[in-house]
Design a protein around this ligand. Sequence first.
Ligand code: ADP
Length: 485
Amino acid sequence: MRLLLATSELHPYSKSGGLADMVAALAKALGRAGHQVGVVTPLYRGIRAKWAGLQEMDYHLEVPLGHDRFTARVLTAEPSPGVTVYFIDRPDYFDRAGLYNEQHVDYPDNAQRFVFFSKCVVHLARYLPWAPELVHVHDWQAGLVPLFIRHQSAYEGWRLSPRSCLTIHNLAYQGHFPRSAYGLTNLPEHYFNPDGVEHFGGMNCMKAGISYADTLTTVSPRYAREITTPEYGFGLDASLRARAASLTGILNGVDYDEWNTAHNPRLPHAYSARRLEGKAQTKRDLQAEFKLPNDNGAPVFATITRLTDQKGMDIQLGALEEMLLADIQFVLLGSGDPFFQEAFTRLARRYPRKMAVYLGFDQALSHRIEAGADFYLMPSRFEPCGLNQMYSLRYGTVPIVRATGGLDDSVIDLTEDAQHANGIKFRSYNVRALAKGMRKALVLYQTPKLFEQVRHNGMTADFSWEQTSARYVKVFQTGSAAAHS
Ligand code: ADP
């Protein structure tokens, strides 16, 4: 198929979370499977300097944005066979320190930035010589694209317009703006109603995607069910229920070219499910790097995360208060909410020989932590898919997760299936349940045979993209959710 993907972040060029990894890996897998793939993404600060080989296309985009017309240049790269990345170059929108915010404050012109981005996507979809058959948009930042396509095909002479698919990576972020922002779309008023773009009087970009995309997917089967309920629907559950027949949950895959322990330039000591000495050495290195005692008797727990409410940081703080009294170590790599940054830092100061915190975003360090730890903590309040638990499985770091969204779909608890168990799961969202999960981990760690089996099950589990991308193609082709949900 001829596929154009649109995303506001793309590994390795830009990343704030799992979206970047997912789109990059999906594009690569689709290209490898023989599809023609384009990916449209903003040219953020630093990309041009870091990736010297970008080519400039010889035409400029020009799109209306309210009363003005705005132009952009387009740069391209070909990161893997069959894949072309189209970078939208408009420095006043994208050459900034952050992707969406700075110092945790959203940019005030995010509506302009991403309505503009969405219009650029549609322009490319319409005028690229290879005429994409389907446009696959990701999250709210590209949520208006399906509507623009529908409108242009109904009223502006776009014959043979592409079909569209929206993938929801996280319903908590919807791109909700005041009504006045709707003027930026240059669309007629009739789309601005509660069955279309309007949500409680404002413009909601995610809702536009939900209402107008031909097909909807989200990143795990369980999250697909959850988001149709008020508890997880963030106010859009009714819109999603209305489209339930077109909604499929497809668990993300893992790019094992990037996330592997055998050939990884970020890991000085290679290891595998059969040869684990490298992991033991990596644990010692990690303890040294974080100035923790070099003690193999103490299991190292780790978390790498955006520090937000979603990730269960409040119950994690509570459970650590209790569990740090036991013989454990804990390493955190994270950035985000200043409240959590401070709370974890304070806790680490109280337990300098048991806990260490690195505040920041560091991809190389995230590999070393995944490889060096024994257990990975992910007590999310909700988790559309979650990638770190799957990276942990491959890295032999047993995940302890709350049974929600993709965490529930990818981790098997001993009580569910003793033979295939690869982690520890708990259900209730509270400190006690998480602490109990951690105590189970301690017992597991002291039962080497069982620990090795659980770890081995995780390391040999296969979440590769080949099968996953084939599921997407099926949804793209049939437009139907029936096949996999
Ligand atoms: P989300 O997309 O909600 O943030 P995921 O688990 O799906 O959660 O993906 C998070 C991705 O971002 C993972 O690749 C994780 O390693 C990475 N990540 C999150 N925080 C950091 C950090 N501080 N440093 C490096 N990588 C991080």
